[in-house]
Write a protein that binds this ligand. Structure first.
Ligand SMILES: NC(=O)c1ccc[n+]([C@@H]2O[C@H](COP(=O)([O-])OP(=O)(O)OC[C@H]3O[C@@H](n4cnc5c(N)ncnc54)[C@H](OP(=O)(O)O)[C@@H]3O)[C@@H](O)[C@H]2O)c1
Length: 258
């Protein structure tokens, strides 16, 4: 369903990583419905990213797709070069306002089964890429901008099959606080959102009735999260209403394992 249009983010340029599906897709659609121009990043799902761009255009917004593999060291530069090219082409100006570091990979395995290659890929996509994307984005970000990092509730509740993922996300939260302090003088806020179980491709268990039933028992609000539940929190952090919130790690799990 297309969100009703508002103009809260009119004139803002947003980049959402991993926007081809799941939480990133819902976030791109939400920010666009609030008037932002949106860079829809993807890795492998070109067709899905194209559908997001088309949906935004059909509802009167502006968006474009950018491909970059964030498991590669050159991924962040490829991404920001793609953003520059699209913005230059459209607006003759490469400034941006909102960065949502959402792309992620989880790789479920207990430590005994985590190879060095798998560990490196998770750290690369979930921590190193957001670090260097942010570094590159800061050179383009207008004062008063927003950085929103998508972490996970696995940093506060133990999941034995997510040791590398939880470690990477904990690093992302530490980065969030560090950058919030550093970027305060530019009036740029930096926050993290911590989803709980959310019905996306990353979490097939959320769609399996038997597994979902057990998960729901751990959630105060009694249901699995939907991508829109998370996108609404991210979108709020991007608005002027959230101007006094920075350096925070905000749980968006419906009260899972509290
Ligand atoms: N779903 C949950 O239950 C849950 C819970 C806590 C936290 N989270 C976090 O929420 C964020 C979004 O997750 P989701 O559930 O929406 O996942 P998803 O549906 O699996 O989507 C993942 C997105 O990340 C992109 N991506 C994955 N590997 C990439 C790579 N190597 N290079 C570039 N892009 C890559 C994918 O791009 P392509 O499809 O184009 O390849 C896709 O757009 C992640 O940071 C995740 O850790 C999710």
């Amino acid at each position: 369903m297309t969100d009703a249009r508002t103009n809260e983010l009119a004139g803002k340029v947003a980049l959402v990583t991993g926007a081809s599906r799941g939480i990133g897709r819902a976030t791109a659609l939400r920010l666009a419905s609030m008037g932002a121009v949106v860079g829809v990043h993807y890795n492998s799902a070109a067709e899905l990213a194209g559908e997001v761009v088309d949906e935004i255009a059909a509802s009167g917004g502006d968006a474009f797709a950018i491909q970059a593999n964030l498991s590669r060291n050159n991924g962040p530069a490829t991404l920001l070069n793609g953003l520059d090219a699209a913005l230059q082409d459209r607006y003759s100006n490469t400034a941006m306002d909102i960065l949502v570091n959402n792309a992620g990979t989880s790789g479920r395995a207990a430590i005994e089964d985590v190879t060095e290659e798998a560990f490196d890929e998770i750290i690369q996509v979930d921590l190193k890429a957001p670090f260097f994307i942010t570094k590159l984005a800061l050179a383009r970000m207008r004062d008063g901008g927003r950085i929103i990092n998508i972490s996970s509730m696995s940093t506060r509740a133990a999941y034995p099959v997510l040791p590398a993922y939880a470690s990477a996300k904990a690093g992302l939260e530490a980065l969030t606080r560090s950058l919030a302090a550093h970027l305060g003088p530019r009036n740029i806020t930096v926050n993290a959102v911590l989803p709980g179980a959310t019905a996306t491709d990353m979490n097939p268990g959320a769609q399996d009735p038997e597994i979902a039933k057990k998960t729901i028992e751990s959630i105060a609000l009694g249901r699995i999260g939907q991508p829109q539940d998370i996108a609404d929190v991210i979108a709020f952090l991007a608005t002027d209403q959230a101007r006094w919130i920075t350096g925070q790690c905000i749980d968006a799990s419906g009260g899972q394992r509290i």
